[in-house]
Design a protein around this ligand. Structure first.
Ligand code: AMP
Ligand code: MG
Length: 310
């Protein structure tokens, strides 16, 4: 993807005017606005039809800006050094004098923060005087966007601009770790939990389906393609789309392969675009073959499970 300075300037101009725009990240596309402006972030909730109770992730370019808004710990620093910028979101304690809009956090005393790696995003955020609140750029409960055209399909003329950064390399949302009490994973995502465990040198609690919701990404229906989806299918029914990880010999119009080489990373990258594609082709349901529950396969299965509750 060509680096286009004039598009970045354009994006900055819209954000400085408190508009809400589509931005590329390595996980999925974000719907971004100035995190210090209640006026700007209110638009995000409205556009996404997102409940006010579901707080937004705030994106930073560097740790010294973050320190204006959040308290940090040794565990945070260890993980930051190893994985940032990258697909890891931290839930931290918010500082009393932080300028983050209370709309972002729904008045909570904690804040979810991330440092994206995408070079276009990084260039943009480096030029701004405020951090960016940016949830995934899709209508709430639906499949996330991994291309600029996905964002345009979802929001059309309702947003003024989408900064094109090519297809998202990871294709799944960030992993969320809550560091406000003891480390716990609130959402599986683009970074494998085993890698986090080896840096912190301990087993970490996975709390992705708690009885009391901490993060609405934990809500049961989410990431839905808008048609029924069933998992662990041995074969498709008549007229059903069949989603597979591994390239098999069978070539059929209704078979969609997420990877050429049985590679879970490649499968994760392609998952959302295939779910969108299948729906757009007019299929009424999707069968998915059993996906190995290892590495990123765990994050893929988490998304499919929530998507299957249509
Ligand atoms: P999205 O922005 O669509 O990727 O979703 C962001 C996720 O981060 C949602 O599941 C939020 O509930 C979660 N989140 C944001 N802020 C907090 C917070 N302070 N505590 C716990 N989870 C949060
Ligand atoms: Mg989302």
């Amino acid at each position: 993807m060509k680096f286009n300075q004039s598009n970045i300037k354009k994006a900055k101009k819209y954000l400085d005017k408190n508009y809400c725009i589509g931005v590329p990240t390595e996980t999925v596309y974000g719907l971004a606005a100035n995190a210090f402006s209640s006026y700007a972030v209110k638009k995000i909730f409205k556009l996404k039809k997102r409940p006010k109770s579901n707080p937004l992730i705030v994106h930073y370019s560097n740790i010294s800006d973050l320190k204006n808004d959040c308290l940090i710990s040794d565990e945070f620093l260890k993980l930051y050094k190893k994985f940032c910028p990258g697909p890891l979101t931290f839930v931290l304690h918010l500082k009393k004098n932080s300028k983050i809009s209370k709309i972002v956090t729904n008045n909570k005393k904690t804040l979810a923060v991330r440092f994206p790696k995408h070079r276009v995003f990084k260039k943009l955020i480096n030029d701004l005087n405020y951090p960016l609140a940016a949830p995934s750029a899709n209508i709430s409960t639906k499949v996330s966007a991994v291309k600029a055209s996905d964002v345009k399909d979802d929001f059309g003329k309702k947003i003024h601009y989408v900064l094109d950064g090519g297809k998202s390399k990871i294709g799944l949302e960030s992993t969320i770790i809550d560091l406000t009490k003891f480390p716990q994973i609130l959402r599986l995502g683009g970074l494998e939990v085993s890698k986090i465990e080896s840096v912190l040198n301990k087993k970490i609690k996975i709390n992705i389906n708690p009885s009391k919701k901490i993060a609405p990404g934990q809500s049961k229906l989410h990431y839905s393609p808008g048609i029924p989806l069933r998992m662990n299918a041995l074969k498709p029914k008549k007229n059903e789309a069949y989603l597979l990880v591994k390239k098999k010999k069978i070539k059929s119009f209704n078979y969609f392969y997420l990877s050429k080489k049985n590679d879970l990373k490649e499968a994760a990258k392609n998952l959302y675009s295939y779910l969108r594609k299948i729906k757009n082709k007019g299929y009424k349901s999707i069968a998915v073959e059993k996906i190995p529950n290892i590495g990123l396969g765990k994050s893929i299965n988490d998304r499919l499970k929530r998507a299957s509750r249509f």
